[in-house]
Design a binder for this molecule. Structure first.
Ligand SMILES: Nc1nc2c(ncn2[C@@H]2O[C@H](COP(=O)(O)OP(=O)(O)O)[C@@H](O)[C@H]2O)c(=O)[nH]1
Ligand SMILES: [Mg+2]
Length: 328
């Protein structure tokens, strides 16, 4: 599988190698999509029909709640059950092995050496943004590669992160006791996207209290009657692995529920809508940057300043130039 891969391998060659199980080709294509290279887009298009099989699991929650530790444990449990795993960490505040203590780091290293686990930390958001777009592209590559389960770790703040979490089939929101204002920390915008609530660090005092508070909040929620699914609350101690097996079972139940209720397709169509928008927004933004950086436009802007032209007319012209996206 690791016969040499020419430096200048074309996107098509890389796609072929990826489908044949070549991890190096996967890594290279991931870099290409992160950079937003046009040939990578062609590859993604070709690979798309080979995707859609993986169970995409979002793991979201405040920094330090134990998402990376939990994702590591989840990956181990999935591996024990014979599933292959991909993990994409989108956390600019801490790398995957961030605040982890030695024991956790050793486990993560072990996972790294398992050929059936692929981990990737997304570069922090670039100048151009596009984090949601590139994260979903990486998920697509892992799906085409044949990963059974793909986890996306995000901090539950920010529009990109929420967008990424929404793209998952099953979203796990991780809370921890005693974060000061417990509920507030996980309520802010992310509770309503939870399919499963995890109270991690259940070894700490206050876990029961948080579970009770969450239960009360769920009773007030309006989501369950609509979807027929009430988010279960699972308590875990990610550092020790307890509760993780139950969490994997609960994820499987959620997936089964999505399939039998027909919500699977509804949800994927909804996330397709958001993905298309993300792709368009990303391209428009890049094009807008490129167009307005041009020298001839600087002169136009100067003429607006001199009251020789008005911004509304120039904006129309910029819009036309941006709309001409061919080859971009
Ligand atoms: N006591 C306790 N500590 C935990 C547990 N899970 C994770 N931690 C610790 O919490 C810290 C943050 O974990 P990490 O996985 O990096 O959190 P993330 O920022 O959400 O990815 C680390 O020091 C972990 O060892 C747990 O269940 N109990
Ligand atoms: Mg983390």
């Amino acid at each position: 599988m690791t016969t040499s891969l020419p430096r200048n391998a074309s996107a098509d060659q890389l796609a072929e190698r990826l489908l044949a199980g070549d991890r190096l080709a996967l890594a290279r294509l991931i870099s290409a999509v992160e950079a937003g290279r046009p040939d990578a887009r062609h590859t993604l298009r070709c690979l798309f029909p080979k995707t859609g099989r993986a169970h995409v699991v979002g793991v979201t929650g405040p920094p330090g709640s134990g998402k990376s530790t939990l994702a590591t444990r989840l990956a181990m449990t999935y591996r024990e059950r014979g599933s292959t795993v991909g993990i994409v960490a989108v956390d600019p505040t801490s790398p995957f092995t961030g605040g982890a203590i030695l024991g956790d780091r050793v486990r993560m290293m072990e996972l790294h050496s398992d050929p059936d686990v692929f981990m990737r930390s997304m570069a922090t958001r670039g100048v151009m943004g596009g984090l949601a777009r590139s994260t979903l592209d990486v998920v697509l590559l892992l799906d085409a590669f044949g990963k059974d389960v793909i986890m996306i770790e995000t901090v539950g703040v920010g529009q990109d992160e929420v967008e990424i979490a929404r793209a998952a089939d099953s979203t796990v929101v991780v809370g921890v006791p005693n974060l000061g204002d417990d509920i507030q920390a996980i309520k802010a915008g992310i509770l309503e996207i939870a399919d499963i609530l995890v109270v991690n660090k259940a070894d700490l005092a206050g876990a029961d209290r948080l579970v009770a508070d969450l239960r009360t909040m769920l009773q007030l929620s309006t989501t369950a009657p609509r979807t027929g699914w009430t988010p279960p609350i699972v308590q875990t101690v990610a550092t020790e692995g307890s509760g993780v097996s139950e969490l994997v079972d609960t994820l499987a139940e959620h997936r089964a529920h999505l399939e039998t209720s027909g919500n699977w397709r509804v949800r994927r169509a909804e996330s397709a809508r958001r993905q298309v928008r993300a792709i368009v927004e990303d391209r428009v933004q890049r094009r807008l940057e490129a167009v307005t950086a041009g020298e001839e436009w600087q002169a136009r802007f100067a003429s607006i300043a001199a009251r020789e032209q008005d911004p509304y007319s120039v904006a129309e012209e910029v819009l036309s130039a941006v709309a001409d996206l061919h080859g971009q």
